[in-house]
Design a protein around this ligand. Structure first.
Ligand code: PEP
Length: 249
C-alpha cells in the first residue's frame, strides 16, 4: 500500500500573518489524520511562519523550488541545505508555471532533482502535457520524455524519496479536471517509464500524485483510483476548510 500524499502549492499567495491564520484554522480540522501525508508548500518568506505554526502537528512543510548548487553567486536562489537547515524536507520541482514563465527546462529539472535527492530532500517532481500536446495525442511521448530527462543519471537508490506529480497543464488553475480514468492512464505511463529506468520494485512503490483543479467536490473520485497516490492542490489549498475537505475526502 502506498501512503497517499496530499500537498498544497500556495504559489505566490499569503504573507506570514496569513500563513499563521491558515494554520490556526486548518490544524484542528485535520488533527489526528494519519491516513495520508499532508504537506504545505508556501512561498519562501512564509516558511518560518509555517514551520512554527505546524510544530508538533501532522503537517510537513515544503518549498516551491530549489537551486542545484549548495551556495554561490546565484542571486534570488535558495539551496537544498538552506531549506533543510530550516526544517523543510519537501520541495516541488519543475512545476509547469516554472517551465512556462521562468525558463525551466527538462535539463534544469534534472539538475534540481539530482541535488535535492543527494541532499536528502523529498522532491515532488511535476510532469504534464499542454493542451496542444494532448490534442495531438502526444501525451504519452511528452510524459516519457519528461521522465527520462528528469531522471537522467539518477540511481534508483538515490531516487528512493522521489514523488511525481502528474499535472496536465490544461487542468491547472482552469477549473477543468482530468477524469479519474484519464489521470490513471497517464499515471500508468509514468509508472511504466519509472519501471524501465529504476526497476519494477521502485515503480511499484513510487507515489504519483494528480494535480489540476482538485477541489473538495472531486477529490474523493480521484483519490479512489488505485493509480492515484495523492494530490497536488493549488487554488483550493489556500482556504483551510477547502484544503481540509480535500485531505479528508
Ligand atoms: C498546482 O498549482 O499545482 C495546481 C494543480 O493548481 P490548481 O489546483 O489551482 O489547478
Amino acid at each position: 500500500m502506498r501512503k497517499k500524499v496530499i500537498a498544497a502549492n500556495w504559489k505566490m499567495y499569503k504573507t506570514p500573518d496569513q500563513t499563521r491564520d491558515f494554520f490556526r484554522e486548518f490544524l484542528p480540522l485535520v488533527s489526528g489524520h494519519d491516513r495520508d501525508e499532508i504537506v504545505v508548500c508556501p512561498p519562501y518568506i512564509d516558511l518560518a511562519a509555517a514551520l512554527d505554526s505546524a510544530k508538533g502537528a501532522n503537517v510537513a512543510i515544503g518549498a516551491q523550488n530549489v537551486h542545484w548548487k549548495e551556495e554561490g553567486a546565484f542571486t534570488g536562489e535558495i539551496s537544498p541545505g538552506m531549506l533543510l537547515t530550516l526544517g523543510v524536507p519537501y520541495v516541488i520541482i519543475g512545476h509547469s508555471e516554472r517551465r512556462q514563465y521562468f525558463g525551466e527546462t527538462d535539463d534544469t529539472v534534472n539538475l534540481r532533482l539530482k541535488t535535492a535527492l543527494e541532499a536528502g530532500m523529498t522532491p515532488i517532481c511535476c510532469v504534464g502535457e499542454v493542451l496542444e500536446e494532448r490534442e495531438a495525442e502526444l501525451t504519452e511521448d511528452v510524459l516519457r520524455r519528461q521522465c527520462v530527462r528528469a531522471f537522467h543519471s539518477i540511481s534508483a537508490k538515490k531516487a528512493a524519496k522521489l514523488i511525481i506529480a502528474y499535472e496536465p497543464v490544461w487542468a491547472i488553475g482552469t477549473g477543468k479536471t482530468a477524469t479519474p480514468q484519464l489521470a490513471s492512464e497517464a499515471h500508468l505511463v509514468i509508472r511504466e517509464q519509472a519501471s524501465e529506468i529504476f526497476g519494477k520494485e521502485f515503480a511499484d512503490n513510487l507515489r504519483i500524485l494528480y494535480g489540476g483543479s482538485v477541489k473538495p467536490e472531486n477529490s474523493k473520485s480521484l483519490m479512489s483510483e488505485e493509480e492515484i497516490d495523492g494530490a497536488l492542490v493549488g487554488g483550493a489549498s489556500l482556504d483551510p476548510k477547502s484544503f481540509a475537505a480535500i485531505v479528508k475526502y
